[in-house]
Design a protein around this ligand. Structure first.
Ligand SMILES: NC(=O)c1ccc[n+]([C@@H]2O[C@H](COP(=O)([O-])OP(=O)(O)OC[C@H]3O[C@@H](n4cnc5c(N)ncnc54)[C@H](O)[C@@H]3O)[C@@H](O)[C@H]2O)c1
Length: 727
């Protein structure tokens, strides 16, 4: 044994050939934590000291190669000033990654599974790379708001060309073996069982002088081979394109390109210095702080979901009631992810619609080459359409997705309960009605809970799993397990009208209607909120959700929380509804909808709307963009605070993840409560009070809770990581 540690071992496997194997003790994956980095340094020194060695292969003892840096340690790496962060990162590069690259003998990496971030970057320090057909590699750092920092922006463009490197790094996408080989990121792709032999064979060819590993190594250490015109073409055009795609709130992809551009004429060591400066700059942004925070929160959520699911009986077979927009989507998603499902409706037309929606989604996958026709047929076969309760005694869970009417739901739930086994779970996809109330006519309320999907089901990650007063643990656990099996992110919440997400969203619409009443142009509000980072502004979102749905939800919420959500004025939503402007679904709402070249709805401003709204507008205020954003965000954030205080959500993390996964809250802002921390709780409270005094009848929506005032006074925050003041 040449070196033996807790993460890395180095042993001789053939005459003069060593194998450096990553196998992090007590962990399911390899990652670059402080321990692994330190051992890599020691192992490299041990290899350098062993003069009998003529070559090294780098392998993994796990099913992955190396998943990347240990993100839980980012706080340590990214503490301090930009200069300090750059210094720390540069010294890791020089002492560890360069030291490995500079070994006097040839090196070959064998990617057996995922090699992301630092994992791929270590592979790039090797002279050659061989990859299993099933492995995936990539540099996903931009997804966390940063750029590669262990030589990725330096070595990758020198190896695969600036154009390919820009595509890989700025998109952060994972790459399959065929693409990696095409670009030249790896030198060979083989079947998994041949990987080890292939790596040994490559290193032997280097030792025997059949391959010139030194020339190969030099390519990664010299300036990029681009003349000035080529460099301008590739970097400038891609910068403009990537900036347009990423948007102003996500600076990392463009920064990565700028770093590569600046370093293009430099040798390795100077290029690495530019890279370290680039990552230090990105690591200090609010976007990186919040995206990294979200990633870590997501891991906590995944762990707790899996923990719950383990306790539950697996859902072998499911059923959904209602084959409409939601029921059809639920049936598709269940079947697509492998759980057979009965899709019951009362009307054949409903069933036909549900099936045709599922077929459309699957056909698109076939067209894109993501699925074969046979696989599509397999998925469709897992959906069993039905107009009766036949076979319901064989299901483990039933999701009710019939019309949003408590009387209808009561009748349907009671009827269904009589058809299913005593141990089957019944879950409602209601978007607003209290689960405790829906459980009233049931014999076994302990087996009943909410399972609230978001539209469109196949796209939206969140599922709220709602615990009613009488809901039992198995109902929650099995519903969480089923949501996970469907590839969703379940978050368990307590019961109240609107649950967590819609309860927080409704005051945001209330604020919108208040602004319209005061004379603020709704297109200006949409623009402000889109610039803030939402995928669509509130008027456009209302059209997409459906004005009728919005009005209906508004009525339920007004009953549940009259002090804040009942308005004593005629709203712009009421006007749209009265005029049958239901939104995208009938081509007219706040906007009018035309069909674009690809057949998708395209919104256009409809002059008629201004005239329609005139009678409910009683002011002519013009507000700055900042004032619009504050007016919209404060009621939403305060409702989020109330949900936390009322115990609707279990944690601040759950609140923020729900908003990001459920309504597309701008991820770089981390969620409503992160946004408040970043705003500064004291400043937020002061601003809320200021607006409360100015909004007349909507005052209650803008008043901070007593607990929030106490937080402001004591300097407390939701996450304990607030940056100072607003950015
Ligand atoms: N549409 C959304 O954006 C959305 C989002 C989240 C939750 N939801 C909730 O999901 C539920 C369904 O909404 P939707 O938009 O899919 O409605 P929808 O009108 O598109 O579909 C309802 C379907 O239920 C069927 N149905 C009615 N009574 C039935 C019965 N007794 N048994 C079986 N089927 C019956 C109807 O024929 C229809 O096909 C509602 O509770 C709604 O609040 C909707």
């Amino acid at each position: 044994m040449i070196y033996s540690g807790k993460a890395i071992s180095v042993k001789t496997i053939d005459v003069g050939i060593a194998e450096l194997c990553f196998d992090l003790q007590d962990e399911s994956v390899n990652k670059f934590n402080a321990l692994t980095l330190n051992e890599l340094k020691e192992a490299t020194a041990a290899i350098a000291a062993d003069t009998s060695l003529k070559g090294v292969i780098v392998t993994s003892g796990k099913s992955v190669f190396i998943v990347g840096a240990d993100i839980t340690e980012f706080a340590v790496h990214f503490g301090g000033s930009e200069e300090e962060i750059a210094e720390k990162i540069l010294s890791i590069n020089v002492d560890i990654f360069n030291a490995f690259e500079d070994l006097p003998i040839p090196t070959v990496a064998a990617f057996n599974g995922i090699a992301f971030g630092g994992g791929l970057e270590l592979g790039l320090t090797c002279d050659y790379r061989v990859m299993s057909e099933t492995a995936k590699i990539g540099l996903p750092e931009v997804k966390l708001g940063i750029i590669p920092g262990y030589g990725g922006t330096t070595r990758l463009p020198r190896l695969i060309g600036a154009d390919n490197a820009i595509e890989w790094i700025a998109s952060g996408k994972e790459q399959k073996a065929a693409e990696a080989l095409r670009c030249g990121a790896v030198d060979a792709v083989v079947a998994p069982e041949l990987l080890h032999d292939a790596a040994v064979s490559l290193v032997k060819q280097c030792i025997d002088g059949k391959l010139d590993h030194e020339a190969r190594r030099r390519e990664k250490q010299e300036p990029l081979k681009l003349n000035e015109i080529e460099a301008t073409m590739v970097f400038e055009t891609s910068k403009a394109f990537v900036a347009g795609k990423a948007g102003p709130h996500y600076p990392a992809p463009v920064t990565a390109i700028k770093v590569m551009q600046k370093a293009a004429g430099m040798g390795r060591d100077d290029a690495l210095r530019e890279e370290a400066k680039g990552i230090a700059k990105m690591a200090s942004t609010l976007a990186a702080k919040n995206l990294i925070g979200l990633f870590l929160s997501d891991q906590i959520l995944a762990r707790s979901g899996k923990g719950l699911a383990k306790k539950a009986r697996k859902v072998e077979r499911a059923a959904v009631l209602g084959a409409g927009i939601m029921g059809g989507g639920i049936a598709y998603q269940s079947a697509f992810k492998g759980t057979p499902i009965i899709m019951k409706d009362i009307a054949q037309a409903g069933i036909d619609l549900g099936l045709s929606e599922a077929s459309k989604l699957l056909s698109k996958r076939v067209e894109r080459g993501q699925m074969s026709v046979a696989e599509m047929a397999g998925v469709l076969n897992k959906i069993q359409p039905s107009l009766s309760y036949d076979d319901f005694e064989n299901v483990d869970i039933v999701v009710e997705a019939v019309v949003e009417n408590p009387k209808v739901k009561h009748a349907v739930l009671k009827e269904t309960e009589a058809q299913i086994r005593d141990d089957a779970i019944l879950a409602s996809n209601t978007s607003t009605i209290s689960i405790t109330h829906l459980a009233e006519p049931l014999e076994r309320p302990e087996n009943f809970c909410g399972m609230h999907f978001f539209n469109p089901v196949h796209k939206m990650p969140l599922v709220e799993v709602i615990r009613g007063e009488k809901t039992g643990d198995e109902a929650i656990a099995r519903t969480v397990a089923y949501a996970l099996a469907m590839g969703k992110k379940p978050i368990v919440v307590n019961d109240c009208p609107g649950f967590l997400v819609n309860r927080i969203l409704l005051p945001y619409f209330g604020a919108f209607m208040g602004l319209v009443k005061r004379g603020v142009d709704f297109t200006q509000i949409d623009r402000a909120m889109e610039r803030f980072g939402f995928p669509m502004g509130p008027a456009y979102l209302s059209d997409v959700v459906g004005i009728d749905t919005g009005v209906h939800a508004g009525a339920v919420m007004a009953e549940g929380f009259p002090e804040r959500m009942k308005y004593d004025f005629k709203t712009s939503h009421d006007v749209m509804f009265e005029n049958k402007r239901y939104g995208q679904k009938n081509g007219r709402g706040y906007y009018a909808y035309e069909t674009d070249k690809k057949g998708r709805p395209k919104k256009v401003v409809d002059e008629e709307v201004t005239a329609l709204l005139a009678p409910v507008v009683d002011g002519d205020e013009t507000l700055s963009e900042e004032a619009i954003v504050d007016s919209m965000m404060i009621p939403m954030c305060l409702e989020a605070v109330r949900c936390l205080e009322d115990g609707i959500a279990a944690s601040a993390t759950d609140v923020d993840l729900s908003l990001v996964y459920g309504i597309g809250f701008p991820p770089f802002r981390g969620g409503a409560l992160h946004y408040m921390d970043d705003f500064g709780i004291d400043k937020f409270v002061a601003r809320a009070d200021e607006l409360a005094a100015a909004v007349g009848p909507l005052k209650a929506m803008y008043l901070p809770t007593e607990k929030l005032r106490e937080m402001a006074a004591s300097g407390d925050t939701f996450f304990g990581t607030a940056t100072s003041g607003r950015k």
